[in-house]
Design a protein around this ligand. Structure first.
Ligand code: DC
Length: 226
């Protein structure tokens, strides 16, 4: 039987984490966990409840009352908040912005950390995010850090938005991506950074298939039946 490992993929927005993590999970017959979807779901709930992010007690209460369930099979990580499927709302620009803000809050990270660890405890998972290899699963058997030039990342994000029917332009999208990276990597709590033992892959000139192949070549010997 194939070994059930934990594969961690971190990197900034537009580096290709989701596409490659999904494809790698399919190839390994593992579950795919999009941890950004958890932050987005928490942000969605806070927006819906019109929580003032400057009021620590309201933020904490919202975190504590979050009842979240994930479905990891299929194309996307489906997220249910208080029983309702919120997946269709998670890529909206206002949710994206709020997710970056609330992800700097320690109570949010604490709540979502335990959820992520519970999901991954049996292994057999490809998890992607910002702090998977450093904080969530520091003992993951394989860790990758994906990066790409900012112009390429901005353009990829622009294409994503276009195909989701959100109107934007490449220049504004690139600026937004760049600002979000700065926020994600400069926050005090679990900032975006490469784990010392993560393999760096620059996807600027690589297709998603080539990135998955590089990852798979590294993992294959460890999952081969003995
Ligand atoms: O990967 P994404 O764009 O869906 O992530 C949305 C936000 O959530 C991102 O700005 C940073 C935050 N995030 C995080 O802080 N840690 C993670 N493991 C995943 C996402």
């Amino acid at each position: 039987m194939t070994k059930l490992l934990i594969i961690a993929i971190d990197g900034p927005a537009g580096s290709g984490k989701s596409t490659t993590a999904k494809a790698l999970a399919r190839r390994l017959a593992y579950n795919y966990l999009d941890t950004g979807a958890l932050y987005r779901a928490m942000a969605w709930k806070m927006l819906m409840e019109e929580i003032d992010l400057n009021r620590a007690s309201d933020v904490e209460q919202c975190c504590e009352s979050l009842e979240i369930r994930l479905s990891l099979l299929g194309k996307a990580t489906e997220v249910f908040v208080d029983g309702a499927d919120v997946t269709p709302f998670l890529r909206r620009p206002e949710v994206t912005k709020a997710a970056s803000v609330i992800s700097a809050l320690p109570c949010v990270r604490k709540k979502l950390l335990s959820i992520q660890r519970t999901i991954g405890e049996k292994g057999g998972i490809v998890a992607e995010g910002r702090d998977i290899g450093t904080v969530v699963f520091p003992g993951a058997e394989f860790k990758f850090f994906l990066d790409a030039d900012i112009s390429v990342r901005g353009n990829r994000r622009y294409q994503d938005l276009e195909s989701a029917g959100v109107s934007s332009d490449p220049e504004t999208t690139t600026k937004t991506v760049s600002a979000r990276d700065l926020k994600d990597s400069s926050r005090l709590c679990a900032p975006l950074k490469r784990a010392d033992d993560a393999t760096l892959i620059d996807s600027t000139l690589l297709s998603a298939e080539e990135v998955v192949e590089l990852m798979f070549q590294q993992i294959a010997p460890a999952i081969a039946p003995q």
